[in-house]
Design a protein around this ligand. Structure first.
Ligand SMILES: *Cc1c(COP(=O)(O)O)cnc(C)c1O
Length: 359
């Protein structure tokens, strides 16, 4: 029986569609190739004839889709001779930057909002040896600073304003198309800076233009209600949401994302923190899939639009789950039932609890 060729990351796999040369030293941790999981229980609960797939980007090496962009951004930074990278981050970009910089042997500087970053992400940045700069300001303030620093310091910015980030992230759309054999009807995705929705549209469009598939999905971007500039039609100065990864009021890919919305005939919508957390819990309890709060915004939004019929029955829907649930253990524990109170270590007491809790 032939063995499968070893998977060596998305740059290797999609080399001919990415801006690398034959002799480019590739900085990879085996990112990409994430599972596309078909939901069974949630569509049944909704009572609607819809086909929902989850693109589980939380299974990338550092636990979020940011790895897809970071592998290319760091590869190119190293190729261009850069010795340091810098980013502003709500958490996942800093984790990815820290890991890929470690891999490349360069320095990562990360600016994060003081106290507003999920615990797992902070642990990653610290563990990988990034220089963590906490600022008394939100993501948008950090992003502004990074742009200014980037102008006169010898560091490469690896936020999604770096075009290589978008190039790397477009490969998620390639994988979806290859697996489904055709485009889904709708692609639902959380929106913060709007780099990822832009990247997916780029990927879908490339395969369409090359005649590999004959259609493209309608792109649907969901934001948290307290942090929804695309719904307000203007920047939001004090964004607030439990979904810290999308707590962004000044999206960097503003114009690009509006273009995606128009070209794909899609739309933006918003979800309350309550519905985001409910969707996160539902996925964990009913499907065995654990994502962080921001990620659940895609499913929360899709469920709203399935309910109203805006996404009609008979549709094939892909929801991107951007990051892993373990990133934010505090929020997970806060919204779950407390464990059963400690009992004596006796068969009698343990058995009583089991009999009480059998479904
Ligand atoms: C970065 C991130 C987002 C937002 O992606 P954008 O490209 O900024 O729109 C959403 N969810 C998670 C978990 C993220 O890390």
């Amino acid at each position: 029986m032939p063995f499968r060729t070893r998977y060596t990351g998305l740059i290797d796999k999609y080399r001919d569609r990415l801006p690398v040369h034959d002799d480019t030293r590739i900085i990879s941790l085996g990112e990409g190739n994430t599972p596309l999981v078909r939901l069974h229980n949630i569509p049944r609960m909704l009572g609607k004839d819809v086909d929902i797939y989850i693109k589980y980007e939380g299974l990338n090496p550092t636990g979020s889709f940011k790895d897809r962009g970071m592998t290319l951004a760091v590869t190119k930074a190293v190729e261009e001779g850069s010795k340091a990278i810098i980013c502003a981050s709500t958490g996942n970009t800093s984790a990815a930057a820290a890991a890929y910089a470690a891999r490349a042997g360069i320095t990562a500087f990360v600016l994060i909002p003081d106290g507003k970053i999920a615990l797992g992400k902070l642990a990653q940045a610290m563990m990988h040896g990034a220089v963590v700069i906490q600022i008394k300001g939100n993501f948008d303030a950090g992003m502004q600073l990074v742009k200014e620093v980037g102008e006169d310091a010898p560091v490469t910015i690896v936020n999604s304003i770096n075009p290589f980030r978008i190039q790397g992230q477009k490969t998620a759309a390639f994988e979806i198309l290859e697996e489904l054999g055709s485009a889904p009807d709708f692609h639902c995705i959380p929106v913060g800076n709007a780099g990822n929705i832009t990247a997916h549209w780029m990927g879908y469009t490339e395969y369409h233009e090359h005649g590999i598939v004959n259609s493209r999905p309608r792109m649907v971007g969901y934001q948290a209600a307290g942090s929804a500039p695309f719904m307000r039609g203007k920047m939001v100065d004090e964004p607030e949401t439990v979904a810290t990864a999308i707590r962004i009021g000044h999206p960097q890919s503003w114009d690009k994302a509006w273009k995606v919305q128009k070209e794909s005939n899609g739309w933006f919508d918003e979800c309350t923190d309550e519905t985001i957390l409910a969707a996160q819990k539902l996925l964990a309890e009913e499907e065995g899939i654990f994502c962080e709060p921001a990620s659940a915004t895609s499913l929360a939004g899709a469920m709203q639009d399935i309910e109203t019929g805006k996404i009609p029955e008979g549709s094939k829907i892909v929801c991107t789950l951007t990051g892993h649930g373990l990133k934010d253990p505090d929020t997970a524990i806060r919204q779950s039932a407390a464990p059963v109170k400690a009992v004596e270590a006796t068969l009698e007491q343990v058995k009583a609890i089991i009999l009480d809790n059998l479904k």
